[in-house]
Ligand binder design. Structure first.
Ligand code: DER
Length: 224
């Protein structure tokens, strides 16, 4: 459909920001799929780069497309990370984690000098929160952790996949938290991180440097 064409266009556009010799952060999700496919074509044409995958799914796509990989332990610092998002607000704060990779995505993106977000125009919002906020939690006694999260005026729902509890690449669970609206993303992120049993939140605050938006008639570049 049209959304997929817009994801393909914006994913491919991001590859224009990749320079020879860069060490990259490789995000996760269906928009990043198109970025990886294009990146593999450029590598095949002689581009010299290496990438740190932010999920096993991204690792598989990178191998399929011939994108050379390194671990974050080897790379330490990255020149540029390219990732998707579920929501982007006017301050470039993000909701992420729809694909369940938020912890490794945040670790990879945090290690990068520059972060480019690639989204279909439907992801742009005035306020975060319409998309249930993914929060990664420790499985041990998860019900107690979820109950503490609920006290922040939300409804945390344990993520399942094919009727099984979804387990992240890090062996943790995810609760998707339905807030009426998120008026203070910074404060909410801090409150969540203070809760015993919470590993990481899908709130990516003050991380994105550039947002590429796939629109009907092309790609719009938003700079903060
Ligand atoms: O899970 C994630 O954070 C992904 O980046 C996701 O938010 C973007 O998914 P999409 O590109 O498939 O819409």
């Amino acid at each position: 459909g049209n959304a997929d064409l817009r994801k393909k266009a914006v994913g491919e556009k991001a590859v224009e920001y990749v320079k020879d010799g860069m060490v990259l952060g490789l995000g996760s999700g269906s928009t990043v799929y198109w970025m990886l496919k294009k990146l593999g074509e450029r590598v095949n044409e002689g581009l010299t780069i290496k990438g740190v995958p932010s999920s096993l799914r991204t690792e598989g796509w990178a191998n399929e497309f011939g994108v050379p990989l390194v671990t974050l332990s080897e790379a330490r610092r990255l020149d540029l990370a390219i990732d998707g998002a579920d929501e982007v607000d006017p301050d470039f704060n993000l909701t992420k984690g729809g694909g369940g990779s938020l912890l490794r995505e945040k670790l990879v993106n945090n290690a990068a000098n520059r972060l480019i977000i690639v989204v279909d125009e439907s992801k742009l919002v005035q306020r975060l929160g319409a998309f249930p906020l993914p929060v990664e939690i420790v499985p041990f006694g998860w019900e107690n952790t979820a109950a503490k999260i609920a006290k922040l005026q939300c409804l945390p729902k344990l993520r399942k996949k094919d009727n099984e509890i979804f387990v992240t690449n890090n062996g943790n669970y995810i609760v998707d938290c339905e807030f009426s609206e998120i008026t203070d993303p910074v404060g909410l992120h801090q409150s969540l991180k203070m809760i015993l049993g919470v590993v990481e939140t899908g709130l990516f605050i003050d991380m994105a440097d550039l947002v590429l938006v796939g629109e009907e008639d092309g790609v719009r570049v938003l700079e903060k």
